[in-house]
Design a protein around this ligand. Structure first.
Ligand code: NAP
Ligand code: HSE
Length: 433
C-alpha cells in the first residue's frame, strides 16, 4: 500500500509538549534545514495539545489546543507524534489517528507494551506506519537495528539497562547518596516518569522488556508475564559488599533462550565488574545482545531526557515523512511471532548473593550450609565480619541454582535460631561478554 499523493510539506500534530514534546518542537524549528533534508520535505508543527494552556511552551501560541482529539481529527495534520504518556487517552488517540490513516510516531512504552500488536495490526489495515523507536532506550537507536540490522540472527540472549532513573539512582547510591535524594535529583533532571513508582518498581523496565522480547525473540509477550522486582529498599551496604566481591549492582532486564523457552525478568542484579554493562552509569542505558551470527553487540547511550528522546522521535518522523513526501510504499508488517513459551521464574537458574544478620555464636555456618545443601545450592564464597556489637553480617555467594530452590532456602534460613534477619538476596549473573 502507498501513502496517497506525495505531500509538499509534512504537517505535524504533536500530542504533549512536556519534557520530550518541548525538545521535539524546538528541534523542528532550530533544525529545520537538516530535518527537511532528511525527510525530503519541510516539517511543520501544525498543531500541539497540552493540558494546561496557560504555561509557556516555546511554541507559537496559535498552534496550541487543550483538546488532543482535535489534533488527530484535523484535516491539516499529516502525521501525529504522541508524547503525552500514560495508557489512556494516549492509546485511544493513537488508534483514532491510525483509523484516520495518519501515521503515528510515539515514545509511549506503556501503550506499545500493552497494546502494540493490536495497534500495529490496525496500522497495517489502514496502510500507515506506527513507529516507536523512542519507547525503549531513549536516544539509542535500538528498535530499528534489532528489527533490520540483526534480522538474520536468532537472538540468544539480551541483557539491558533500560531505565535511566534507576541506573542514575544506583550510580549515586554507589557513591554514598541516599535513595531518596538520588530519586529527587532524577525527577528534577526530567528522567523519571510522571509517577516515579513506575521507575523504581521496575514497571517501566518491564514494559520496555516486553517490547524488546517481541522484537528480538519474535515472542508474543505482555509486561504481566515478566517477573519484576524494583530497587526500593536496596541497602548501600550491599552495593559495597558486591563491589568488594567484584560486582556492580544494576537493575537488569534479561531475556534469554533456556531449554527451548525464553526467560524474561527484571530485577536488581550483580554483574561482573568486567562486563561492559557494569560500566554503564548515570542515566545512560545499554543493551547487550548476543545473536547467533553476529555474536555480542552492545548498544548504548542516553536512555532518558528530552533532547536524547527527541532524537529518536525525529528519526522515526523523518522516516515516515520521507515516505509521505515521496508517496513511497508503506512497509507491510513482519510476521515473526514464534511459538516459544516463557520460562516460569521458578525454573530460572542464577547465582545468588545473600546477606544474613546472625548471632555471633558457634555452629552458625553449619546451620546455614545445611539449609543450602538441602536445596542443592553450592557455596562459592563467604565474607564474615566480626561485629563490634550486635549480630554479625554473613555474606554468601552461591553457585547457580533454581529460583524456586533459593526462595525455599531463604524462607528456611530466616527461621534458623541463629538468624536475626535475611537482609538481602540479590541475583548474580555470569553474562557472556
Ligand atoms: P511529560 O513531561 O509529563 O509531558 C507530557 C505532556 O503531555 C505535557 O505537555 C502534558 O500537558 C501533555 N498531556 C498529558 N496528558 C494530556 C491530555 N490528556 N491532554 C492534553 N495534553 C496532555 O512527559 P515526558 O517525560 O515528555 O514523556 C512523554 C512520553 O515519552 C511518555 O510516554 C514517556 O514515557 C516517554 N518517554 C519519556 C522520556 C523522558 O526522558 N522523559 C524518555 C523516553 C520516553 P501539560 O504540560 O499541560 O501537563
Ligand atoms: N523514566 C524513563 C527512564 C524515561 O528513567 O528510563 C525513559 O523511558
Amino acid at each position: 500500500m502507498r501513502y496517497s499523493d506525495p505531500v509538499k510539506r509534512v504537517r505535524i500534530g504533536l500530542l504533549g509538549v512536556g519534557t520530550v514534546g518541548r525538545s521535539v518542537a524546538r528541534a523542528l524549528v532550530e533544525r529545520r534545514d537538516v530535518l527537511s533534508r532528511a525527510a525530503g520535505a519541510p516539517l511543520v508543527l501544525q498543531r500541539a495539545a497540552v493540558r494546561d494552556l496557560s504555561r509557556e511552551r516555546g511554541v507559537e501560541p496559535g498552534v496550541l489546543t487543550g483538546d488532543p482529539r482535535s489534533v488527530v481529527q484535523a484535516d491539516d495534520v499529516d502525521l501525529v507524534i504522541e508524547v503525552m504518556g500514560g495508557e489512556e487517552p494516549a492509546r485511544a488517540l493513537i488508534a483514532e489517528a491510525l483509523q484516520r490513516k495518519k501515521p503515528v510516531v510515539t515514545a509511549n512504552k506503556r501503550v506499545i507494551a500493552w497494546h502494540g500488536p493490536q495497534l500495529a495490526q490496525l496500522a497495517a489495515q489502514r496502510g500507515v506506519e506506527l513507529r516507536f523507536e523512542a519507547a525503549v532506550g531513549g536516544g539509542i537507536p535500538l528498535i530499528a537495528p534489532l528489527t533490520d540490522d540483526l534480522a538474520a540472527n536468532r537472538v540468544l540472549e539480551l541483557r539491558a539497562i533500560i531505565n535511566g532513573t534507576t541506573n542514575y539512582i544506583l550510580t549515586r547510591m554507589a557513591a554514598g547518596e541516599t535513595f531518596e535524594s538520588a530519586l529527587a535529583q532524577a525527577q528534577k533532571l526530567g528522567y523519571a516518569e510522571a509517577d516515579p513508582g513506575d521507575d523504581v518498581d521496575a514497571v517501566d523496565a518491564a514494559d520496555k522488556l516486553a517490547i524488546l522480547v517481541r522484537i528480538a525473540f519474535g515472542l508474543s509477550c505482555t509486561p504481566a508475564q515478566i517477573f519484576r522486582q524494583g530497587v526500593r529498599g536496596l541497602d548501600p551496604q550491599d552495593l559495597a559488599y558486591g563491589r568488594e566481591m567484584g560486582y556492580a549492582l544494576k537493575l537488569l532486564a534479561t531475556a534469554r533462550r533456556t531449554n527451548g523457552k525464553v526467560e524474561a525478568r527484571v530485577h536488581p542484579t550483580f554483574v561482573s565488574a568486567e562486563h561492559p554493562l557494569a560500566r554503564v552509569d548515570g542515566p545512560r542505558n545499554a543493551v547487550h545482545v548476543v545473536g547467533d551470527l553476529s555474536g555480542p553487540v552492545l548498544f548504548g547511550g542516553l536512555g532518558a531526557g528530552g533532547d536524547a528522546t527527541a532524537s529518536a522521535v525525529l528519526a522515526d518522523v523523518t522516516h515516515v515523512a520521507r515516505r509521505l513526501a515521496l508517496g513511497d510504499p508503506v512497509e507491510p508488517p513482519r510476521s515473526s511471532v514464534e511459538n516459544a513459551e516463557l520460562l516460569p521464574m521458578g525454573e530460572v537458574r542464577t547465582r545468588c548473593y545473600l546477606r544474613l544478620a546472625v548471632d555471633d555464636v558457634p555452629g552458625v555456618f553449619a546451620q546455614i550450609t545445611r539449609v543450602l545443601a538441602d536445596h542443592e545450592i553450592g557455596l562459592a564464597s563467604v565474607i564474615q565480619r566480626e561485629p563490634a556489637t550486635g549480630p554479625a553480617d554473613v555474606v554468601l555467594l552461591t553457585y547457580a541454582a533454581h529460583e524456586a530452590a533459593f526462595a525455599q532456602a531463604e524462607a528456611e534460613l530466616s527461621r534458623l535460631p541463629c538468624t536475626r534477619a535475611v537482609r538481602a538476596r540479590i541475583r548474580v549473573e555470569e553474562a557472556r561478554t
